[in-house]
Design a protein around this ligand. Structure first.
Ligand SMILES: *Cc1c(COP(=O)(O)O)cnc(C)c1O
Length: 344
């Protein structure tokens, strides 16, 4: 099945999903009631015999429970929105949201408030205000294109978008954030690779578990690598999915074998309905400490908390960096400002 058929045939109902996995009554109810979009590619549904992957994409009734300190917009992106498509949180980089559409929706998504809803994308002209903003801000050197999943746009839209950004002389680095190699590896065609190569893009991929590193995904990443495209991976630390040493070691070595550098291990953002996915910060620090020294340095990402409210990503290596007050973990960001993460 080609990538367009995969998208057209996405699983969006209980009946379709039950052709792949057995659902509990609670799961059926959660799916029927879900306010947050639900869709899984047939390709990825074929991997859901794996219990860890199953948890990341099948709705749970716990999603409707809003925990203490949880927010619909945990990273304060709306306060840093400078055009309809640009989030400018850090001094020299911008997040460019070009689509709200994903091939498969992750249940712990930080942008569940936005994804799956129309965002008037689809043509590069709708981004003109954002290009002008970047042009008028010479301090911006790094553009991270995300969404939604930008690799679901057509090759020609991606080509035009990248060409337009590359015209801006002070932009030194362009990245695309995507989960496509994991959930829709057939999207990685020779034509797409040629576009990405032409504009010298880095890919920032999202992988959760070694069970995602199938022959199809390995072949997609090999194709990207053969075209000279540099790749890193971001992994969200998720309870009951990848919150133990062996799961992380297996994933990170597997990524290295595909020429993908593990970049960030992210503490799960306190988005509304995420409590059943979140581990304690102490657990995250313990896990990252168990990797340093015991694994190839290349296989070890930085463990970061994205400071709630928009303080940026803060790397953590030691308990001495955090202070606890009741349920909150407090820490300082790169500007020396204190932020709080609502821990459990
Ligand atoms: C994560 C993020 C970036 C990119 O951060 P890096 O640490 O450079 O990978 C840029 N802008 C926003 C708003 C982000 O959340």
């Amino acid at each position: 099945m080609g990538w367009k058929q995969q998208l057209a045939g996405r699983i969006t109902t209980c009946a379709q999903l039950e052709e792949f996995v057995d659902l509990s009554d609670d799961e059926r109810e959660a799916l029927d009631r879900s306010e947050f979009p639900f869709a899984i590619t047939p390709y990825y549904a074929g991997l859901l015999g794996n219990e860890a992957l199953r948890r990341t994409v099948i709705p749970s009734l716990l999603e409707s429970v809003k925990g203490v300190g949880e927010l619909d917009d945990p990273l304060g992106e709306e306060n840093h929105r400078v055009t309809p498509h640009l989030i400018h949180t850090y001094p020299d980089k911008v997040l460019f949201l070009v689509t709200s559409f994903c091939a498969t929706y992750c249940r712990y998504c930080t942008r569940s408030r936005l994804v799956g809803r129309p965002l008037d994308a689809g043509s590069v002209s709708s981004f003109e205000e954002s290009f002008i903003y970047i042009e008028q801000h010479p301090e911006i050197r790094d553009v991270l294109i995300s969404g939604g999943d930008p690799l679901l746009l057509s090759d020609s839209v991606i080509d035009d978008l990248l060409a337009r950004i590359r015209e801006i002389p002070h932009v030194r680095s362009v990245r695309i954030g995507s989960k496509v190699p994991a959930v829709l590896p057939m999207r990685i065609t020779q034509e797409l690779c040629a576009v990405l190569r032409r504009h010298r893009v880095w890919l920032s991929l999202h992988f959760t578990h070694a069970a995602e590193l199938t022959p199809e995904t390995r072949s997609a990443c090999r194709k990207l690598s053969d075209h000279g495209i540099a790749m890193v991976s971001q992994t969200v630390l998720l309870k009951g999915v990848n919150d133990h040493h062996e799961a992380l070691a297996e994933l990170f070595y597997g990524l290295l074998e595909m020429n993908v550098k593990p970049y960030y291990l992210l503490q799960c953002d306190p988005v509304s309905g995420s409590a059943h996915f979140r581990t304690s910060v102490e657990k995250g620090i313990e896990l990252i400490r168990s990797l340093h020294g015991n694994l190839s340095g290349l296989a070890v990402p930085q463990y970061v908390i994205d400071a709630p409210g928009g303080g940026g990503k803060v790397p953590l290596l030691s308990l001495e960096q955090v202070r606890r007050t009741g349920g909150d973990v407090r820490f300082d960001n790169y500007e020396g400002r204190e932020y709080r993460y609502p821990d459990l």
